[in-house]
Structure formats: structure tokens, C-alpha cells
Ligand binder design. Structure first.
Ligand code: ADP
Ligand code: ADP
Length: 227
């Protein structure tokens, strides 16, 4: 677990004309589930990608735990990201999809095996480890993407609209699954969505973004009740 601190985090495009993320200040506590919510184009993905190191920071700072990470390579940040499209390898088994990042890190095989099996157990994928992603349901594919993040044992999860490819019924079910998983693991989580219901049902706190500017950050019950 780690605290995450965003300090005046800023990203401009078009030679400074477009302020995609504009002076974002948020402290996310150890183990907290923070949802970053707002309409399309408000800067959610850009903010998350700066935290992940996938986007250069124009101004401000990102801290993960005790580490100032502005110039730290994505691989060397204590994070795991879950993408909207899952980015699974279609020709590889579920096991190898989950294990992939560990395999290229030269971790001992026995350790990889143990971690993948533990993740599969938690995600109820044990019976599917030999299948390929094409032979899984949408919800199972989503869980494989989660498994990939879990096996890295990161201090921070970053999730970018992870449920947007699922149908409405499955989306509601997976909300609950991700929520309970996050609470069991206690991993500090920053979760991006444009869906207000998702934000209100999942977040310990919700950060409301509009045109790159933070409007409010509060617990769901308090978010719309401020004068
Ligand atoms: P969201 O995730 O909330 O939909 P984004 O972070 O994707 O929003 O985008 C925020 C703003 O930055 C939008 O106006 C978008 O058009 C702009 N933007 C995003 N990426 C780029 C880019 N590579 N070049 C120029 N503008 C961009
Ligand atoms: P504060 O209560 O103001 O956060 P701290 O002593 O925790 O006081 O940290 C002082 C400042 O140092 C923070 O506001 C932040 O700018 C920076 N800082 C140091 N360590 C961290 C960390 N682990 N995560 C985030 N910010 C940190």
C-alpha cells in the first residue's frame, strides 16, 4: 500500500493553449479507493496516464509512497494499470496472460506459478487457466486483466474505464467484484470513469473533474450535498 500525492499536476497541449489537466491537487490515502469522474474530455485519462508515467508531465508532481516519480519509468513505478480494452494476448493462455509481466522480469518459475494460481483463485479463474481469451466471457476477460495487475503485487492500482466494454448487467456485477477485491487487498486505487453511478457506488471518495479542473473531492454521500 502507498499513499499517492498529486501536486499541481498539469498537462497542456497545443503549445499551452489546451489545459487538459489544470493544477490537480489530491492526496490519496493508503488503501483508499478514489474515483476520478467527469464527462468525456475532462482530462481523466491524461491525469491517470501521468500517474502511470505514460504521459509527460507539463507541471506539478506525482508522489507514489516515498518516491517522487515524475521522471521514473513506468516499469519502475510501484503501480499496475488495468486498461479499458484489457490488452490481452489472444494467442496465449489465461495463465500466460496473467504471468506475462512476471515472466519477462526473470522471476523464478515457482514464484510465478504461485502468484498466478493465487490470483486465479481470488478471481475464480482456476478452471480457466488453459483457455485462450477468445473462449472466455466478457466478465472473465475483465478478471484476467485484473489478474495481471494483481500478480505484480503493486502498491497502487490504476484503472481506466475498466468496465466500459461490458454489458449493463455484467457491469453492475463487476463493480461489486472490483470493489470487494480492492477492499480485501487494500491496494490504493485510482479509478477513472465517466459513469456517475459507478463513481458513487465504488469510491471511498470521488474527485469530480471538469475541463481539467478539480471541482470537488468528497465522500460519495457528500459530493452533491455541498452548498
Ligand atoms: P477524458 O479521459 O476525461 O475523456 P482526456 O484526458 O482523454 O479526457 O482528454 C483531455 C483533453 O485533452 C481533451 O480535450 C482531449 O481532446 C485532449 N487531448 C488528449 N490527448 C491529447 C493529445 N495527445 N494531443 C492533444 N490533445 C489531447
Ligand atoms: P503533509 O501533511 O503536508 O502531507 P508530510 O510531512 O506528509 O506533510 O509531507 C510534506 C510534503 O512532502 C507533502 O505535502 C508532499 O509535498 C511531500 N511528500 C513527502 N513524502 C510524500 C509522500 N510519500 N507522498 C506524497 N507527498 C509526499
Amino acid at each position: 500500500m502507498a499513499r499517492v500525492s498529486l501536486q499541481n499536476l498539469t498537462k497542456t497541449y497545443a503549445g499551452g493553449y489546451l489545459r487538459a489537466v489544470d493544477g490537480l491537487n489530491v492526496d490519496i490515502a493508503d488503501g483508499e479507493f478514489l474515483v476520478l469522474v467527469g464527462p468525456s474530455g475532462c482530462g481523466k485519462s491524461t491525469a491517470l496516464r501521468m500517474i502511470a508515467g505514460l504521459e509527460d508531465i507539463t507541471d506539478g508532481a506525482v508522489w507514489i509512497g516515498d518516491q517522487f516519480v515524475n521522471d521514473v519509468h513506468p516499469k519502475d513505478r510501484d503501480i499496475a494499470m488495468v486498461f479499458q480494452n484489457y490488452a490481452l494476448y489472444p494467442h496465449m493462455s489465461v495463465f500466460d496472460n496473467i504471468a506475462f509481466a512476471l515472466q519477462i522480469s526473470q522471476m523464478p518459475r515457482s514464484e510465478i506459478d504461485a502468484r498466478v494460481r493465487e490470483a486465479a483463485r481470488i478471481l475464480e479463474l482456476t478452471d480457466y487457466l488453459k483457455r485462450r481469451p477468445g473462449h472466455l466471457s466478457g466478465g472473465q476477460r475483465q478478471r484476467v486483466a485484473m489478474g495481471r495487475a494483481i500478480v505484480r503485487n503493486p502498491s497502487v492500482f490504476l484503472m481506466d474505464e475498466p468496465l466500459s466494454n461490458l454489458d449493463a448487467k455484467l457491469r453492475v456485477q463487476m463493480r461489486a467484484e472490483i470493489h470487494s477485491l480492492q477492499h480485501r487487498l487494500g491496494v490504493t486505487t485510482i479509478y477513472v470513469t465517466h459513469d456517475q453511478t459507478e463513481a458513487m457506488t465504488m469510491g471511498d471518495r470521488v474527485a469530480l473533474l471538469k475541463d481539467g479542473v478539480l471541482q470537488q473531492v468528497d465522500r460519495p454521500t457528500d459530493i452533491y450535498n455541498r452548498p
